[in-house]
Every structure is written in C-alpha cells, then in structure tokens.
Unconditional design. Sequence first.
Length: 276
Amino acid sequence: MASPSPPRIRVGIGGWNYAPWRETFYPEKLPATKELAWASRRVSMIEINSTYYGSQKPATFAKWRADTPDDFLFSVKASRYATNRRVLAEAGDSVHRFVHSGIAELGDKLGPLLWQFAETKVFDPDDLTAFLDLLPAEVDGLPLRHVLDVRHPSFQVPAYLALARERGVATVFADSDDFPVIADLTAPFVYARLMRTESRLKAGYAPKALDAWADVATTWQQGGEPDDLPRVEPAGKKGPPRDVYMLFIAGAKEKAPLAAQALLSRLGWTPPEPID
C-alpha cells in the first residue's frame, strides 16, 4: 500500500454485493459479476467485509484488484476469529492466518486493515498491548495501516488514546448512536464510518449534513481537528496533512452509495472513466 502524496480524502462504502442496491445504485441489467467494476468507478474506496466472516482465496483478491481502476483502494475487515474473543492476546494464529490469507494480492490497492472488537470487549491495557504486538508492520513488502473499531465505552479514556498513539494505530470515528463516538486522533490518518443514513432522504444524509461532513473531512485532511465532534481530550495543535478514509456503513444501507457519491461531489472528486 502506497499512501498518495499529498494525503487525500477517500470516500466509499462497505462491500458491493447488496440486493437493494440493484434498485438504488446499479443499472437494471448490470451482471452481478460487474458490480465491483461498476461501483469502484463511482466511489474511491470500498471496505471489504466478507473477510470478517471467512477467508478469501489469494486469487479472489487478485481478481478484485484487476476489476478496479488505477488509484482505487480497498480497506479490509479482519477476521472475527482474531477479534471476537475474550482474550485478544491469544489471537496470534488467527491474526497470522488473516494477514497471510492473500490480502497482499491487492498490491498498491491495499488500504487500512480494520480490526473490529465485540461490543462487550472492555478496555484492558495489558491485553490490548499484547494484541497490538501481534499486528505486523508489513506483509510481503507492503506496509500496513491498522485501525481499531472499539465498541465499548470503556475505551473512551486517555489511557487507551495514549496506547493507540504510541503504536500508531487509528481509532474508528463512528457517527453512530450505538457505539462510542471518539473523534480523538490516534494515528497519522483518519478512518471514519458514518452510520446514520436514512431511507427518507434522497442521498441518505440531508444536504446540510453532507456539507458539514465535507468540511470535517477537509479539516482532517489539512491537519486540523474539528471542534464540534465528541472527544475524550482537547484537540491538539494543527499537524501535517493526513489521509482520510470515510465510509458510509449501516443505517439505511440502501442509501450508502448515494451518500458516498454526494459527498465525493462536494469534495470535487473526478471519477475515473466508467465501464459500460
């Protein structure tokens, strides 16, 4: 994975096989085999979620890379067998199997790896430290960026932030009513999952909300930290520009691609040449 220079904002969706998108996003007669190729030319990244539930073959990752345009990026959700456990420190074999399952076949389209913890997983500094020790810095020569999706309020403490910053792992910013909202940055990049799309809204989010998220993404990208997001600690000083990954996930999922496209339009993104 090579980080673009200068750092940039990417916006996307979770997965690409979702039946309701046949009515809201994909052309009526588009073959299912072309869904990824079509979607990847309308958003700038996709979070692969199938890897959370089971392993994929290296050839599958290679095909996904071939089906997508240059400058596209995948984030990859790590195996639940590595993260949905009482003792994270015991996940070594599962972490190794996931990292070496073939994700390197994505090549320079390999983006952050997302490690999603169970909602019941409480912050345990020793256990989390041991888990972070298991996360490799690279695979087959590709540098890896790691993101923790922490889902228990016990992580909303300075001790967690200090540990994540020490290890350079990002913390998911979740725009959600169901999970902790942590806008504190713990890595040189930002990973946001926006989870409030509504069926009644044409683009999932109201126009003013999309305007606001465009401003937030730009502030993050330019090295700043928005003042009006929930935080554990006060915002730090403005830093260097950073990559921003923003995914529309959950909520009224049928609206996610429309929300992503609407946000990309506000950010001035020019899509690659579409396929037929």
